[in-house]
Design a binder for this molecule. Structure first.
Ligand SMILES: [Zn+2]
Length: 430
């Protein structure tokens, strides 16, 4: 407390203002909720660092967040009012003054949830943040659900292949030779049994709409968020790809939630993906920058300064979206770096080149070749991976296109074609 603040406290004490005890304490600026299928994130933004204590209680299920030196004042109440009730696992949120120097936020929950809380320093457009992740203990594991879907599809494909084989193996009625004297009888043709298909595993495609939740990605001049348009394009691409029964698609996020870069890669590896496509729409400092780009991973420096700039920008997502440092698995990035990626890289380049060919007819290309840089999200060592910058959302014309559902559908069709053509050149999996 500096001298001026001390004087203010003194002044308010003289005025009998007991409620100003926490003067100089953090002010709550915003409270946000990001409901997802498997967990809900609550973010409390404040003008200075919060000291907090989170407790999970049952009967009824709730998370209690005690905030030191914070007043449950009108500003906090106002911030809380923007929070929707009945969102994700959150039923309702309320605040009260627990002690003179401690505000208590009670998050009433729909079901028993694990709570994890961590603080984030100011970054991007955000001031200090306290992040509370609420994960219902009975939530479905999306990866397990997806793996079950693959097995089910495999059984369907196998059945269809067997039926086709039976159909093909049906004896063909012999063509009787015309009766010609003195010639040896022509043997009726033997029905050819088609080779039994050995593998009927569906191809697994992982679509990765960038950013989400607290991380809006780039923001267009008309206020369009990258995270929203790329999610829309990904949903459309998934629908198109899944018209082919041989393809199943997992999206790293299906909603407006933040997923850490490492978790995106982990999801793809968890389902043994054949292809990973990250979808973005970024910004540049110059509004006239335009066009689509396709990137693959490079660990030996970027192919251009612009590619490096873009990778650095994308890799900041974890800071803005919010990743808990404690408990993060450090072995993943280490293991990934140690594994050889040369074969995968060649495949990624092939996938990228095909993709450029598909995008070319619908949008200007920023560069006619696949660019390379150290994108963290492309680091699965065994999965061909590319990142598509669909357009520059910072360019007013391209922003308008990106928000247009018809253009989104065109992009989705191009991405579907690029992925599908690549998969069809792959050997059927063992
Ligand atoms: Zn992006």
């Amino acid at each position: 407390m500096n001298r001026r603040q001390a004087l203010q406290v003194l002044a308010s004490l003289v005025a009998g203002g007991a409620a100003t005890i926490a003067l100089g304490g953090p002010k709550i600026l915003a409270v946000r909720a990001w409901p997802g299928k498997s967990s809900t994130r609550i973010t409390i933004e404040s003008d200075s660092e919060l000291r907090f204590f989170v407790t999970a209680l049952s009967n009824p299920d709730r998370a209690v967040v005690d905030l030191s030196d914070v007043q449950a004042d009108a500003a906090f109440q106002k911030a809380l009012e923007t929070l929707k009730n009945d969102t994700g696992v959150l039923a309702r949120a309320r605040i009260g003054q627990f002690r003179a120097d401690t505000a208590r936020l009670v998050l009433e929950l729909k079901s028993r949830s694990e709570t994890a809380a961590f603080a984030l320093p100011p970054v991007g457009q955000y001031r200090h943040r306290l992040v509370i992740d609420l994960t219902p203990v009975d939530a479905d594991d999306p990866i397990a659900t997806f793996l079950a879907k693959i097995i089910e599809r495999e059984a369907q494909l196998e059945k269809a292949a067997d039926l086709a084989a039976i159909e093909a193996a049906k004896p063909v009625p012999p063509i009787l030779p015309p009766k010609v004297n003195k010639l040896p009888p022509v043997l009726p043709p033997v029905a050819q049994r088609p080779p039994t298909p050995k593998h009927v595993k569906p191809f697994v495609v992982v679509l990765d709409p960038g950013h989400g939740g607290e991380d809006p990605g780039a923001i267009g001049p008309a206020g369009t968020y990258e995270k929203d348009v790329v999610l829309a394009v990904a949903h459309k691409t998934k629908a198109l790809l899944e018209q082919d029964p041989r393809i199943v698609v997992l999206m790293t996020r299906e909603e407006d939630v933040f997923i850490a870069l490492g978790d995106r890669v982990r999801k793809a590896r968890g389902v043994n993906a054949d292809v990973f496509v990250s979808i973005h729409a970024d910004a540049f400092t110059r509004p006239d920058a335009r066009g689509s780009s396709v990137f693959a991973l490079s660990e030996r420096g970027a192919s251009s300064a612009a590619a490096k700039w873009m990778a650095d920008k994308e890799n900041q997502s974890d800071l803005i979206g919010g990743v808990r440092l404690v408990g993060r698995d450090p072995s993943l990035s280490k293991m990934i770096l140690e594994m050889s990626q040369s074969i995968t890289n060649a495949e990624s380049m092939k996938l990228g080149r095909g993709m450029i060919g598909e995008i070319k007819p619908i949008n200007t290309l920023h560069k006619g070749s696949v660019e390379q840089a150290g994108f963290a999200v492309l680091k699965a060592p065994d999965i061909p991976s590319i990142l598509i910058e669909t357009a520059f959302i910072s360019n007013p014309e391209e922003e308008a296109k990106l928000s247009n559902p018809a253009h989104q559908q065109k992009l989705a069709r191009a991405i579907r074609n690029g992925v599908r053509k690549f998969l069809m050149t792959q050997q059927v999996r063992a």
